[in-house]
Design a protein. Structure first.
Length: 202
């Protein structure tokens, strides 16, 4: 069933009002009065669509996470078998996955930039972290692989997921980010090399 255009337009204005407010003040200090002024709607109109500012925030985050989930589900259908860490297909699969995810992220770049900033929702970063962690576990299962490391798996996971999140956050918040294909290749390369390989000695 198609959504009413007026409803879509109003909810979009309210959501963008929150994003604009988060550029200037922390979420805790944002009020519904702030939002209706920026969105240029009535108080009644706000409450027709959202219970409060927390409901608004939750729905923005849910939409982003759901779209990433859907993209990953589609990606799973495209995965080709990998026989080892050195299999060239692993590189191709990984880069294709990043391109899919980054395409979704790019559509929500403005929202993500503020949600992941100090003015945003610190719990949202945890949700993204869990999404990536779950995806890695799922991917390892699909490949019939497991983490092979000399350090405990939870630390290995933190190294892998934490560095990936840091790179993506930098890209999201950049004023002039690299094109998606270029950044996808960079992310893929970052997964395939060890930290010490980044160093160059004279």
């Amino acid at each position: 069933m198609k959504q009413d255009f007026r409803v879509v337009k109003t909810t979009r204005r309210i959501q963008m009002a929150l994003i604009k407010m988060l550029l200037h003040k922390p979420f805790e200090k944002v009020t519904v009065i702030d939002l209706i002024k920026i969105a240029k709607i009535s108080r009644r109109s706000f409450y027709v669509h959202y219970t409060d500012k927390y409901d608004l925030l939750a729905k923005i985050e849910q939409q982003i996470i759901q779209e990433i989930h859907s993209s990953l589900a589609e990606d799973h259908q495209q995965l080709k078998p990998v026989t080892s860490f050195k299999d060239p297909q692993l590189f191709k699969n990984t880069e294709a996955t990043f391109q899919r995810i980054l395409s979704v992220i790019n559509q929500h770049r403005q929202s993500l930039a503020v949600l992941l900033s100090k003015n945003g929702d610190y719990q949202f970063k945890s949700k993204i972290y869990k999404l990536i962690t779950d995806e890695i576990s799922h991917r390892l299962s699909d490949y019939g692989a497991k983490i092979n490391t000399g350090i405990p798996s939870d630390y290995a996971q933190a190294i892998f997921v934490g560095s990936l999140m840091d790179l993506m956050t930098i890209w999201i918040q950049k004023k002039s980010p690299e094109p998606i294909p270029q950044f996808s290749a960079l992310l893929t390369k970052s997964r395939m090399i060890a930290p010490l390989e980044l160093l160059k000695f004279n």
